[in-house]
Design a protein around this ligand. Structure first.
Ligand SMILES: C[S@@+](CC[C@H](N)C(=O)[O-])C[C@H]1O[C@@H](n2cnc3c(N)ncnc32)[C@H](O)[C@@H]1O
Length: 307
Protein backbone atom coordinates (compact mmCIF):
# COMPACT_ATOMS: atom_id res chain seq x y z
CA UNK A 1 0.00 0.00 0.00
CA UNK A 2 1.35 3.46 -0.87
CA UNK A 3 0.68 6.75 0.92
CA UNK A 4 -1.43 9.47 -0.67
CA UNK A 5 0.47 12.40 -2.20
CA UNK A 6 -1.67 15.56 -2.17
CA UNK A 7 -2.32 16.83 -5.71
CA UNK A 8 -1.59 20.43 -6.75
CA UNK A 9 -0.65 21.32 -3.18
CA UNK A 10 1.42 24.40 -4.11
CA UNK A 11 -1.31 26.10 -6.18
CA UNK A 12 -3.92 25.06 -3.60
CA UNK A 13 -2.07 26.95 -0.86
CA UNK A 14 -1.13 29.87 -3.13
CA UNK A 15 -4.73 30.36 -4.31
CA UNK A 16 -6.64 29.56 -1.11
CA UNK A 17 -4.36 32.02 0.72
CA UNK A 18 -4.67 30.59 4.26
CA UNK A 19 -3.34 33.16 6.75
CA UNK A 20 -2.17 33.01 10.38
CA UNK A 21 -5.25 32.93 12.61
CA UNK A 22 -7.46 31.86 9.68
CA UNK A 23 -10.45 29.52 9.90
CA UNK A 24 -10.40 26.84 7.20
CA UNK A 25 -12.21 23.66 6.19
CA UNK A 26 -10.73 20.63 4.45
CA UNK A 27 -13.89 18.84 3.29
CA UNK A 28 -11.94 15.78 2.06
CA UNK A 29 -9.37 14.88 4.70
CA UNK A 30 -8.07 11.63 3.09
CA UNK A 31 -4.50 11.07 4.30
CA UNK A 32 -4.36 14.63 5.65
CA UNK A 33 -1.69 15.97 3.28
CA UNK A 34 -3.55 19.14 2.28
CA UNK A 35 -5.06 19.48 5.76
CA UNK A 36 -1.63 19.53 7.36
CA UNK A 37 -0.35 22.17 4.93
CA UNK A 38 -3.42 24.30 5.65
CA UNK A 39 -2.99 23.83 9.38
CA UNK A 40 0.67 24.91 9.20
CA UNK A 41 -0.27 27.98 7.15
CA UNK A 42 -2.87 29.21 9.69
CA UNK A 43 -0.47 29.06 12.66
CA UNK A 44 -0.50 30.64 15.13
CA UNK A 45 -4.05 30.57 16.36
CA UNK A 46 -5.88 29.31 13.25
CA UNK A 47 -8.63 26.68 13.35
CA UNK A 48 -9.10 23.78 10.93
CA UNK A 49 -12.19 21.61 10.43
CA UNK A 50 -11.37 18.39 8.55
CA UNK A 51 -14.14 16.10 7.26
CA UNK A 52 -14.21 12.67 5.68
CA UNK A 53 -16.97 10.09 5.28
CA UNK A 54 -14.44 7.26 5.60
CA UNK A 55 -13.84 6.31 9.28
CA UNK A 56 -10.33 5.03 8.41
CA UNK A 57 -9.39 8.50 7.08
CA UNK A 58 -10.83 10.14 10.19
CA UNK A 59 -8.85 7.85 12.51
CA UNK A 60 -5.63 8.47 10.54
CA UNK A 61 -6.32 12.22 10.35
CA UNK A 62 -6.62 12.55 14.12
CA UNK A 63 -3.03 11.29 14.37
CA UNK A 64 -1.69 13.12 11.31
CA UNK A 65 -3.09 16.47 12.51
CA UNK A 66 -2.27 16.15 16.21
CA UNK A 67 0.04 18.49 18.09
CA UNK A 68 -1.49 21.83 17.08
CA UNK A 69 -3.10 24.36 19.40
CA UNK A 70 -6.01 24.84 19.09
CA UNK A 71 -6.32 21.22 17.92
CA UNK A 72 -7.80 20.43 14.52
CA UNK A 73 -11.47 19.41 14.58
CA UNK A 74 -11.76 16.09 12.72
CA UNK A 75 -15.29 14.93 11.90
CA UNK A 76 -16.73 11.92 10.12
CA UNK A 77 -19.45 13.04 7.74
CA UNK A 78 -20.56 13.74 4.18
CA UNK A 79 -19.47 17.14 2.85
CA UNK A 80 -22.92 17.37 1.27
CA UNK A 81 -23.93 18.36 4.85
CA UNK A 82 -21.00 20.75 5.20
CA UNK A 83 -23.04 23.70 6.46
CA UNK A 84 -24.64 21.64 9.27
CA UNK A 85 -21.36 19.97 10.21
CA UNK A 86 -19.53 23.31 10.19
CA UNK A 87 -22.14 25.22 12.20
CA UNK A 88 -22.47 22.46 14.79
CA UNK A 89 -18.68 22.47 15.36
CA UNK A 90 -18.26 26.23 15.69
CA UNK A 91 -17.24 26.93 12.07
CA UNK A 92 -20.24 29.05 11.00
CA UNK A 93 -18.01 31.55 9.12
CA UNK A 94 -14.82 30.40 7.44
CA UNK A 95 -12.05 31.86 5.28
CA UNK A 96 -11.38 28.88 3.02
CA UNK A 97 -12.87 25.54 1.97
CA UNK A 98 -11.06 22.81 0.04
CA UNK A 99 -12.61 19.86 -1.82
CA UNK A 100 -10.10 17.30 -3.15
CA UNK A 101 -12.58 14.99 -4.84
CA UNK A 102 -12.68 11.26 -5.49
CA UNK A 103 -10.89 8.50 -3.62
CA UNK A 104 -7.54 8.45 -1.85
CA UNK A 105 -4.63 6.15 -2.66
CA UNK A 106 -5.29 4.30 0.62
CA UNK A 107 -8.83 3.51 -0.52
CA UNK A 108 -7.77 2.65 -4.07
CA UNK A 109 -4.85 0.46 -3.04
CA UNK A 110 -6.72 -1.59 -0.42
CA UNK A 111 -8.29 -4.55 -2.30
CA UNK A 112 -10.72 -5.09 0.60
CA UNK A 113 -12.42 -1.76 -0.25
CA UNK A 114 -13.21 -2.98 -3.76
CA UNK A 115 -12.41 0.27 -5.63
CA UNK A 116 -9.85 -1.07 -8.08
CA UNK A 117 -9.59 -3.58 -10.90
CA UNK A 118 -6.00 -4.16 -9.79
CA UNK A 119 -5.98 -6.88 -7.17
CA UNK A 120 -9.04 -8.88 -6.20
CA UNK A 121 -11.54 -7.79 -3.58
CA UNK A 122 -15.26 -7.70 -2.84
CA UNK A 123 -17.26 -5.52 -5.23
CA UNK A 124 -17.87 -2.84 -2.60
CA UNK A 125 -16.66 0.72 -3.47
CA UNK A 126 -18.26 2.43 -0.45
CA UNK A 127 -16.29 5.35 0.98
CA UNK A 128 -18.57 5.16 4.02
CA UNK A 129 -18.87 1.50 5.09
CA UNK A 130 -22.31 2.27 6.59
CA UNK A 131 -23.66 3.31 3.18
CA UNK A 132 -26.47 0.81 2.43
CA UNK A 133 -25.61 0.43 -1.30
CA UNK A 134 -22.58 -1.49 -2.63
CA UNK A 135 -21.25 -1.84 -6.17
CA UNK A 136 -22.20 -5.55 -6.08
CA UNK A 137 -25.84 -4.62 -5.45
CA UNK A 138 -25.88 -2.25 -8.43
CA UNK A 139 -24.08 -4.72 -10.72
CA UNK A 140 -26.28 -7.66 -9.71
CA UNK A 141 -29.67 -6.04 -9.17
CA UNK A 142 -30.17 -3.12 -11.56
CA UNK A 143 -32.21 -3.85 -14.69
CA UNK A 144 -29.89 -4.06 -17.72
CA UNK A 145 -31.12 -0.80 -19.30
CA UNK A 146 -30.65 1.13 -16.06
CA UNK A 147 -27.19 -0.33 -15.59
CA UNK A 148 -26.26 0.64 -19.16
CA UNK A 149 -27.59 4.18 -18.59
CA UNK A 150 -25.59 4.52 -15.38
CA UNK A 151 -22.35 3.34 -17.02
CA UNK A 152 -22.93 5.64 -20.03
CA UNK A 153 -23.80 8.71 -17.94
CA UNK A 154 -21.34 8.46 -15.05
CA UNK A 155 -18.56 6.60 -16.88
CA UNK A 156 -19.00 8.42 -20.22
CA UNK A 157 -18.48 4.92 -21.66
CA UNK A 158 -19.58 4.36 -25.26
CA UNK A 159 -19.61 0.57 -24.83
CA UNK A 160 -22.04 0.87 -21.91
CA UNK A 161 -24.89 -1.18 -23.45
CA UNK A 162 -22.59 -4.09 -24.33
CA UNK A 163 -20.87 -3.96 -20.94
CA UNK A 164 -24.23 -4.02 -19.13
CA UNK A 165 -25.27 -7.01 -21.25
CA UNK A 166 -22.12 -8.94 -20.31
CA UNK A 167 -22.52 -8.05 -16.63
CA UNK A 168 -26.11 -9.30 -16.62
CA UNK A 169 -25.12 -12.57 -18.36
CA UNK A 170 -22.38 -13.20 -15.78
CA UNK A 171 -24.46 -12.51 -12.66
CA UNK A 172 -23.84 -12.85 -9.81
CA UNK A 173 -20.62 -10.79 -9.86
CA UNK A 174 -18.88 -10.96 -6.50
CA UNK A 175 -15.41 -9.47 -6.90
CA UNK A 176 -13.63 -6.60 -8.61
CA UNK A 177 -11.99 -9.21 -10.86
CA UNK A 178 -15.44 -10.51 -11.91
CA UNK A 179 -16.42 -6.99 -12.96
CA UNK A 180 -13.12 -6.26 -14.72
CA UNK A 181 -13.37 -9.59 -16.59
CA UNK A 182 -16.94 -8.83 -17.72
CA UNK A 183 -15.83 -5.46 -19.13
CA UNK A 184 -12.71 -6.95 -20.77
CA UNK A 185 -14.92 -9.53 -22.48
CA UNK A 186 -17.51 -6.94 -23.55
CA UNK A 187 -15.21 -4.37 -25.16
CA UNK A 188 -13.58 -5.59 -28.40
CA UNK A 189 -9.78 -5.71 -28.06
CA UNK A 190 -9.28 -3.23 -30.90
CA UNK A 191 -11.38 -0.68 -29.00
CA UNK A 192 -9.49 -0.92 -25.67
CA UNK A 193 -8.25 2.54 -24.68
CA UNK A 194 -4.50 3.01 -25.04
CA UNK A 195 -3.84 4.90 -21.80
CA UNK A 196 -6.31 3.39 -19.31
CA UNK A 197 -7.60 -0.07 -18.40
CA UNK A 198 -10.81 -0.88 -20.32
CA UNK A 199 -12.74 -1.22 -17.03
CA UNK A 200 -11.69 2.22 -15.69
CA UNK A 201 -14.85 4.04 -16.80
CA UNK A 202 -17.20 1.28 -15.60
CA UNK A 203 -15.54 1.24 -12.17
CA UNK A 204 -15.77 5.04 -12.04
CA UNK A 205 -19.48 4.95 -12.90
CA UNK A 206 -20.37 2.39 -10.23
CA UNK A 207 -18.24 4.17 -7.62
CA UNK A 208 -19.86 7.53 -8.37
CA UNK A 209 -23.31 6.01 -8.11
CA UNK A 210 -22.61 4.01 -4.92
CA UNK A 211 -21.35 7.17 -3.19
CA UNK A 212 -23.72 9.64 -4.91
CA UNK A 213 -20.64 11.70 -5.66
CA UNK A 214 -22.24 14.32 -7.91
CA UNK A 215 -25.17 14.79 -5.51
CA UNK A 216 -22.80 15.35 -2.58
CA UNK A 217 -20.65 17.69 -4.66
CA UNK A 218 -23.62 19.89 -5.65
CA UNK A 219 -24.77 20.14 -2.03
CA UNK A 220 -21.20 20.60 -0.78
CA UNK A 221 -20.52 23.55 -3.08
CA UNK A 222 -23.76 25.28 -2.01
CA UNK A 223 -22.93 24.58 1.63
CA UNK A 224 -19.43 25.97 1.25
CA UNK A 225 -20.81 29.17 -0.24
CA UNK A 226 -23.15 29.58 2.73
CA UNK A 227 -20.33 29.51 5.31
CA UNK A 228 -17.63 31.51 3.47
CA UNK A 229 -16.95 35.04 4.73
CA UNK A 230 -16.70 37.80 2.08
CA UNK A 231 -13.20 37.55 0.59
CA UNK A 232 -13.03 33.87 1.62
CA UNK A 233 -12.16 31.31 -1.04
CA UNK A 234 -13.23 27.82 -2.05
CA UNK A 235 -11.14 25.44 -4.11
CA UNK A 236 -12.09 22.18 -5.78
CA UNK A 237 -9.76 19.59 -7.31
CA UNK A 238 -11.58 17.30 -9.76
CA UNK A 239 -10.30 14.16 -11.41
CA UNK A 240 -12.76 13.73 -14.26
CA UNK A 241 -14.94 15.78 -16.52
CA UNK A 242 -18.32 15.31 -14.77
CA UNK A 243 -16.94 16.61 -11.47
CA UNK A 244 -15.09 19.44 -13.16
CA UNK A 245 -18.20 20.43 -15.13
CA UNK A 246 -20.25 20.49 -11.91
CA UNK A 247 -17.72 22.81 -10.24
CA UNK A 248 -17.33 25.03 -13.31
CA UNK A 249 -21.11 25.35 -13.84
CA UNK A 250 -21.64 26.21 -10.16
CA UNK A 251 -18.89 28.85 -10.16
CA UNK A 252 -20.21 30.43 -13.38
CA UNK A 253 -23.84 30.49 -12.15
CA UNK A 254 -22.87 31.97 -8.77
CA UNK A 255 -20.70 34.63 -10.38
CA UNK A 256 -23.65 36.03 -12.39
CA UNK A 257 -26.21 38.62 -11.38
CA UNK A 258 -28.91 36.93 -13.45
CA UNK A 259 -29.42 33.24 -14.21
CA UNK A 260 -32.63 33.57 -16.27
CA UNK A 261 -32.71 31.62 -19.56
CA UNK A 262 -31.02 33.73 -22.29
CA UNK A 263 -34.23 33.92 -24.37
CA UNK A 264 -36.10 35.61 -21.49
CA UNK A 265 -36.27 39.39 -22.22
CA UNK A 266 -36.67 40.57 -18.59
CA UNK A 267 -34.89 39.22 -15.52
CA UNK A 268 -37.22 37.58 -13.01
CA UNK A 269 -34.73 35.49 -11.04
CA UNK A 270 -33.47 38.18 -8.64
CA UNK A 271 -30.24 36.18 -8.45
CA UNK A 272 -27.20 38.13 -7.26
CA UNK A 273 -23.58 37.15 -7.86
CA UNK A 274 -21.97 35.72 -4.73
CA UNK A 275 -18.68 34.48 -6.20
CA UNK A 276 -15.81 35.89 -8.23
CA UNK A 277 -14.00 33.27 -10.28
CA UNK A 278 -10.27 33.31 -9.46
CA UNK A 279 -9.15 30.65 -11.97
CA UNK A 280 -10.59 31.45 -15.43
CA UNK A 281 -9.06 28.18 -16.61
CA UNK A 282 -8.45 25.18 -14.37
CA UNK A 283 -4.96 24.85 -12.90
CA UNK A 284 -3.30 21.59 -14.00
CA UNK A 285 -0.26 19.78 -12.57
CA UNK A 286 3.04 20.47 -14.32
CA UNK A 287 5.24 17.73 -15.76
CA UNK A 288 7.40 17.56 -12.66
CA UNK A 289 4.36 16.85 -10.46
CA UNK A 290 3.00 14.23 -12.87
CA UNK A 291 6.39 12.50 -12.90
CA UNK A 292 6.50 12.42 -9.10
CA UNK A 293 2.80 11.55 -8.70
CA UNK A 294 1.23 9.97 -11.82
CA UNK A 295 -2.18 9.84 -10.07
CA UNK A 296 -2.27 13.64 -10.20
CA UNK A 297 -2.18 13.65 -14.01
CA UNK A 298 -5.91 14.30 -14.45
CA UNK A 299 -6.27 16.75 -11.53
CA UNK A 300 -7.90 20.14 -12.27
CA UNK A 301 -8.11 22.89 -9.69
CA UNK A 302 -10.72 25.65 -9.74
CA UNK A 303 -10.93 28.44 -7.17
CA UNK A 304 -13.56 31.12 -6.52
CA UNK A 305 -13.83 33.96 -3.98
CA UNK A 306 -16.91 34.95 -1.95
CA UNK A 307 -18.02 38.46 -2.78
C1 LIG B 1 -8.56 12.48 -2.95
S1 LIG B 1 -8.84 12.04 -1.29
C2 LIG B 1 -8.30 13.44 -0.39
C3 LIG B 1 -6.82 13.43 -0.12
C4 LIG B 1 -6.36 14.55 0.78
N1 LIG B 1 -6.55 15.85 0.19
C5 LIG B 1 -4.90 14.36 1.17
O1 LIG B 1 -4.11 15.30 0.99
O2 LIG B 1 -4.55 13.29 1.66
C6 LIG B 1 -10.57 12.21 -1.14
C7 LIG B 1 -11.12 11.89 0.23
O3 LIG B 1 -12.41 12.50 0.30
C8 LIG B 1 -13.31 11.63 0.90
N2 LIG B 1 -14.62 11.97 0.37
C9 LIG B 1 -15.06 11.85 -0.89
N3 LIG B 1 -16.33 12.28 -1.00
C10 LIG B 1 -16.70 12.69 0.24
C11 LIG B 1 -17.88 13.25 0.78
N4 LIG B 1 -18.97 13.46 0.03
N5 LIG B 1 -17.90 13.60 2.07
C12 LIG B 1 -16.80 13.41 2.86
N6 LIG B 1 -15.65 12.86 2.41
C13 LIG B 1 -15.60 12.51 1.12
C14 LIG B 1 -12.85 10.25 0.53
O4 LIG B 1 -13.28 9.31 1.50
C15 LIG B 1 -11.32 10.42 0.51
O5 LIG B 1 -10.76 10.08 1.75
Amino acid sequence: MTGHIPALSKPVIALLQPRPGGIVVDATLGAGGHARLLLEAIQPGGRLLAIDRDPAAVAGGRIQLSGFEPPATVVRGDFGDLDHIARSHGFAQVDAVLFDLGVSSMQLDDPARGFSFRGEGPLDMRMDPDNPVTAAQLANQLPERELAGLIRRLGEERWAARIAGFIVKRRPLRTTRDLAAAVEAAVPRAAWPRDIHPATRTFQALRMSVNDELGSLGNGLKSALSILTPGGRMAAISFHSLEDRTVKTFFIAESKDCVCPPQQPVCTCAHRASLRIVTRRPVLPDEEEIRANPRARSARLRVAERI
